[in-house]
Each structure stands twice: as structure tokens, then as C-alpha cells.
Design a protein around this ligand. Sequence first.
Ligand code: NAD
Length: 453
Amino acid sequence: MAAQRQVRPDKYTEFVSGGLGRDVAKRLGLPQPAILRRYTPGAPLVLGPILVVGHTEGSDAVADVLLSWGQDVRRHAAPKEKLGAIVLVLDGLAHPDRLSAPLREVGGALRDLHRNGRVVSISRRAQPEDAPEAAAARNAVDGIVRSLAKELRAGATANGVVLSNGTSAAAPSALSALRFFLSARSAFVDGQFLTASSAGSPATPDWENPLAGRVAVVTGSARGIGASIARTLARDGAKVVAVDVPAAGDRLAAVANEIHGTALQLDITATEAGARILDHAAQRHGRLDIVVHNAGITRDKLLANMDAARWDSVIAVNIAAQLRMNQAFLASSHFADSPRIVSVSSTSGIAGNRGQTNYAASKAGVIGMVRSTAPLLEDRGGTVNAVAPGFIETAMTAKIPFATREVARRLNSLRQAGAPEDVAEAIAYFASEASAGVTANILRVCGQNLVGQ
Ligand code: NAD
């Protein structure tokens, strides 16, 4: 198994995390980012008891499952007891009037939430056919979670699981989403929702080794986020085919060796890229289960100054190559056993970004592709999702001028940039078999970046 790397906080975060630095930041009212707790295999799921709020069949079922996971569960807050997490089960909401009691219960427990604690809601998606009262109540959860995420401090996060029609709170995919949000795997995910359905087999997942026996390909994995994705998938048990351009061959080989995977030097814009990946995976492993479309480039310019080369190269790498490769994968019998596709989009594709019309077009394009590819994978038990990173510390963002970079780092609820590992953990979550009922989701890994939705 690949060794777990420690994520180092940025220098400012380190400075304000203790002693003089903390006092100075406090006195001057400067941001005080917390050192986030990241996942290490075998570490506790959360750092204290889990309070389950709500009195429905769903909340009872969720409490039972948490107990079966070995968690310390409370149905009522005990005075002054530190809590690892609060799970707010609102699956039976029929009117906004009913929000008051459970939300006051949550409010009363927040002061006892541990550093790096978690609040996770479980609610139902509002549907056009819902009674207006029920739709209002269901949609209200959106506003609650997004606001609470902005109120929490000390590395704590708030996120929500949304149940699609007919899905129970204890459906396997709802539980796997709940577990992801509770765990340190979601350290940089804040104010976000995952929608889960009851699709997929109710297997008993291997939480420590969720990708055991699966074969994954990761494009652009010679460095940055891609290298981290390759390491994380290998840590979770997958056999990894690491893909990058020939010019990055040495670094690619180093990553592949480190994780006992294989390297495939390939420009993904080549017409036969999909076929080359399938041949490589089929020859070595007889199959391909997980595709992570990570390779991406930026060629920033204001549209008024944009030349064809910048526009075309970004579209070619970031979206056209994915579309072409997916066609090859979908036509292959080697990509047939509950396959997973996970694409890397960007918050720029959601909110737009000055100087990035080309990049934002490609990353918004990824979101469109994900939504319309999901039905094509259904009959083989497959899923396709995207992760939209915000500001992540990599070679790509190291090119941003210092002052702009420092501001960008702090513009989110956690007041810091994410690490490549944070994106990788979200991708590993989507790739796991336990996420069979989670498809067509776009998950922002951005610390609740202030831009856009
Ligand atoms: P990076 O530049 O550090 O790494 C990208 C990798 O992709 C490189 O190894 C590169 O050689 C490879 N690549 C580029 N073109 C390729 C091609 N045609 N064929 C094969 N490989 C190719 O970038 P990163 O910061 O690690 O970003 C990874 C992904 O995350 C990209 O899709 C990027 O758009 C996205 N993203 C990054 C951030 C961030 O803050 N770093 C934020 C949002 C989204």
C-alpha cells in the first residue's frame, strides 16, 4: 500500500495556529484557519460521540447503523459533552414549521462540537409534484446547511445528504455519503450536498479498502492532483494505470512505481487515446473499472485577447478528449462491471473566472457531459460524477502572483486552500462500490469558496 502523505498547512495557517501568531491574529481580527484533520486509514471516523437529531423511522435507522459502525451515538445532547458530529435527520419534513424544534436542538449542541467536527443533514429533494409546504421545507434545508457551514469554526464543516424519490435514510448510498461527510476524507468539503438513490446492491462495504480488486486509470497523474488521486486510489486498494504525456515520463514512472501501478505515456487528445487505455488495462488486468479524467490545462487570457491556439488547446484537453474517450469506454465489454467515471471540473466552470472563458467553458462542459452520460451507464450499474475543486495548492496555482494567491486562499469558509489529497479523497469516494446510487453529482471541494452558488 502507498504510504500516507501528511498534508502540511500553509505557513500563515501554521503561524496563527499557536503562541504569538494566534494572539496577533486574534487582536488584529485576521483570519484564523484551523489545521484540518485529514484521513488516515484506521483513524477514528469522528472525534467523539455522534448526536442524531430527529424523531422519524429514518433517524432511528441511521442511529442503528452508526452504532453498527462502532460509533458512540446520542439521541439527546448531554450537558457539556464534546461531540464529534451532529447528524440532523429531516427525511419526514412536511412543513417549514417543523424545522424549529430540531434546529434549536442542533443550535444548542453546536458549542460542544469538537474541533474539526461535522454537521450532516439528511433530507429529501424537493420535487415539482410535492405540496408547496413540503417543497418549501425540503428546500429550506439547503439554506440552513449552507449558512451553518459559514458559521462553524475550527475546521468544522456542514454538509447534506439528499435522498432522491423513494430512497430511505438508511439506503446504502445514503449511508456511504453520510460516512464520507462525517469522515476526515471530506476535510475541505463544506456547505455541499450529495444526492443518493437506492440504486445498487446493498453490499456490506469494506470501508478501509473500498477499491480492492478494482482497476483504475487516472489521466494527468505525473504530478499535482492527478498524482494524489493515483496514490489515494492505490491506498484504497485499486490497481492504478497512471497516464500522462511522454514529456512527463520520468515523473509518471516514479508515481507508478511508488504505488505499484503501471505507467502509460499518452497524450489524451490523440484520437486513439481511449483504445490505448483499454488495451493497456485489458492486457494487464483483464478489465477497466474506474476512469478518472483529471488531466487539464489552463491558457488564460481575456476573451478580447484570446487566440485560437489558447482556446482550442483548452477545449481539446479538458473536454473534447474526455468525450471521445468515454465513447470508447462505453463501447467496451471491458468497462462493464459497475464502472465509475469521475471527472475533474472546477469552481471556475460553475461561477466563471476573469481571463478563463476557455477554461470555464471546458469545465462547465464537463458538468453537462456528466449529467447526460449518467443515464448511459445505468444499465451496467455504472455511475459518473464530477468533482469541482476550488483553490488547491499545486504547480498550476503556484503560478498565480503572490498577492492574488494569498487572497484566493482565504476566500472560503475554511480560510485556506485545499490540498490535492482533498480532491483525491472525494474522487475515491465516488469511485467506491458503496456509492452505486450516487450519480450525476457535482461535488465542490472548495472549502465553501465564496464564488458562485
Ligand atoms: P497540473 O498542471 O499540476 O497537472 C496536470 C497534469 O495533466 C500534468 O501532469 C500534465 O502533464 C497532464 N496533462 C496535461 N495535458 C495532458 C494531455 N494532453 N494528456 C495527458 N496528460 C496531460 O494541474 P493540477 O493543478 O494538478 O490540476 C489537475 C486537474 O484539476 C485539472 O483538470 C485542473 O483543471 C483541475 N483543477 C485544479 C485546480 C487547482 O487549484 N489546482 C482547481 C480546479 C480544478
